[in-house]
Unconditional design. Structure first.
Length: 273
């Protein structure tokens, strides 16, 4: 699933390609995604200028005068801008057409979403899909104290605490494993049993891990590619993710793979206590 760095990579690319540009047409080929694409989207968007390209968690928010287009890439989706688009393929479900190219949504599993939030309904942040999201990891108020306060009384593992997205958004499976390794925290430890000092290290590790992944264009494991059609390469810098049986680069111990709540976790028993 595209996680925060992948979505931020898409956002940055789209911002450079479509910000300030006017939508000329919308072509919907398969409206049945996770939720139906609004039937009147091809009448709403043409003639409107893209005023902003933002991200909230794993959601892309394309701001236009009368409202916001909310896009989620699902499990395996891409939103790629093509200056010279090829004929649409089997899983190319939506085109947003501009004078200089096409923003094309490809979603093989159809778990993604394209929704319209009219400005008349209030701020897009109040939309039900966004209202319950946790703090952004690059927000000024995100730090170890925030994680410490949010984790009090939690008996779930710290890995599940991060994945839940209630305390902080965007720390998905790959980046949770990587951040916990950087911070030296075992992923199975109860979130409520971790002290403030260790949460300070974890907050710094989350920022560093996500920041590095964004600069590398995200992680391409199977079918993610950025808005220019090029995949990311953070997978080459992973310290534990996908490295079970290999030596830890920090302590020399052997990296292990376990399953937590049906999600794989990688960690080093030697340096993650």
């Amino acid at each position: 699933m595209p996680e925060l760095p992948e979505v931020e990579t898409v956002r940055r690319g789209l911002e450079g390609a479509i910000l300030g540009r006017t939508v000329r047409a919308v072509v919907v080929r398969a409206p049945a995604l996770r939720w139906p694409i609004p039937a009147d989207l091809d009448r709403i968007l043409p003639g409107l200028e893209v005023a902003s390209v933002r991200r909230r968690g794993k959601y892309l928010l394309l701001g236009l005068a009368p409202g916001t287009l909310i896009v989620h890439l699902g499990m395996s989706g891409n939103l790629v801008f093509r200056r010279e688009p090829t004929p649409p393929g089997r899983h190319d479900h939506l085109d947003i057409v501009f004078d200089h190219g096409v923003a094309r949504l490809n979603d093989p599993r159809r778990f993604g979403a394209v929704l319209w939030h009219p400005r008349a309904l209030g701020p897009v942040e109040d939309h039900p899909l966004l209202a319950g999201l946790g703090i952004e990891p690059f927000a000024e108020e995100f730090d170890g104290r925030h994680l410490y306060r949010a984790s009090r009384g939690r008996i779930a593992s710290v890995k599940q605490f991060l994945l839940a997205g209630e305390a902080v958004v965007g720390v998905g499976n790959i980046y949770a494993s990587e951040s916990l390794h950087r911070a030296g925290i075992r992923p199975t430890r109860a979130a409520g049993a971790i002290g403030l000092a260790r949460y300070e290290r974890l907050a710094e590790a989350i920022r560093a891990t996500l920041g590095e992944a964004i600069e590398m264009g995200g992680t391409t494991l199977r079918d993610f590619e950025g808005p220019d059609g090029v995949g990311g390469y953070f997978q080459l810098a992973c310290r534990v993710y996908g490295r079970d049986g290999l030596a830890c680069g920090r302590c020399g111990g052997t990296i292990r793979r376990i399953v937590q709540q049906q999600r794989a976790t990688w960690f080093c028993p030697g340096c993650q206590r």
